[in-house]
Design a protein around this ligand. Sequence first.
Ligand code: ZN
Length: 56
Amino acid sequence: MKYCSIYGKEFEGWGNNARPVNEGTCCDNCNTNIVIPRRIQDHMNSIKGRENNCGN
Ligand SMILES: [Zn+2]
């Protein structure tokens, strides 16, 4: 059994890297519903930051 660092519960399966949400592993469900949206959000923020710096 692996341990999901987001839910704080054990789960079956291979597990996923929970970064950037945290440094541990997470289940497929958290990966799909929390980690991937978070990565997309961070990516959008980095693009936005670049655009703002571009205006000077
Ligand atoms: Zn989970």
